[in-house]
Ligand binder design. Structure first.
Ligand SMILES: [Zn+2]
Length: 232
């Protein structure tokens, strides 16, 4: 490439974008969506994404007439809209059924080792790991599988791990009508392991502790439990 001042300027722009993304700071607890985010229906979104993804592959120099590649744009489009980013659409939000707390169980309930797959919003590559959720019932309890579904819903968005943790915690607080909610997430970021600094072993932890979990002993009980070995 010619080393003109203009080219240097462009390279600097790309480099500073990289620095910002690698810092992994998000701007707010809400996923930044436009008001017209769902004016297009899923079919049109898939059609448009396929078209543009095809263009990206073409620019990269790939031969889209190759049998192995020609279905990729449509496959990626469907995966984005119907699977890995389906949590952007509020219509896909789980509506958890709550039950009376018949047993008057007033202790901590923990659901640990919930596997989640998300995507880093700065690089669009996977973030994956385990989530641990706990709460004290305010009179209602939630079906255990619904805890997983809520975690999955917020994971299926372009995310930063801090925001994902907050969104899950806020949803449980709202649904269960209590502040006493804790969420711990332990994740690997492909943008750290497979590119950039290329650190394959580092993991990132984020946590939220509300209500009774601000009590040192309660928090310890929760953390001890999630760190204990699982029965086999
Ligand atoms: Zn990233």
């Amino acid at each position: 490439m010619l080393n003109t001042p203009q080219n240097n300027k462009k390279l600097d722009d790309f480099n500073s974008i990289d620095d910002l993304g690698d810092d992994h700071s998000g701007s707010s607890h809400e996923t930044p969506l436009r008001p017209d985010a769902f004016k297009m229906d899923d079919e049109l979104k898939m059609e448009m994404i396929a078209k543009h993804f095809k263009e990206i592959m073409h620019i990269l120099g790939m031969d889209l007439t190759d049998d192995s590649l020609k279905g990729t744009p449509a496959r990626v489009a469907k995966m984005y809209v119907k699977e890995v980013f389906s949590g952007l659409n509020p219509l896909n939000k789980p509506t958890p059924k709550l039950f009376e707390n018949k047993y008057k169980y007033d202790q901590m309930l923990v659901e640990k080792d919930i596997t989640f797959y998300s995507h880093c919003e700065h690089h669009f590559v996977p973030i994956y790991g385990k989530a641990h959720v706990a709460y004290f019932s305010s009179g209602k309890v939630i079906g255990l599988s619904k805890i997983n579904r809520i975690v999955q819903y917020f994971s299926k968005r372009p995310q930063v791990q801090e925001r994902l943790t907050m969104q899950i915690a806020e949803e449980f607080k709202r649904v269960l009508d209590t502040d006493s909610v804790a969420v711990v997430m332990d994740a690997s970021h492909m943008c750290v392991s497979s590119r950039g600094v290329g650190d394959t072993n580092s993991r990132t932890g984020t946590s939220y502790f509300g209500g009774k979990f601000n009590d040192e002993a309660t928090r310890r009980e929760f953390l001890d439990y999630i760190n204990s070995p699982s029965p086999r």
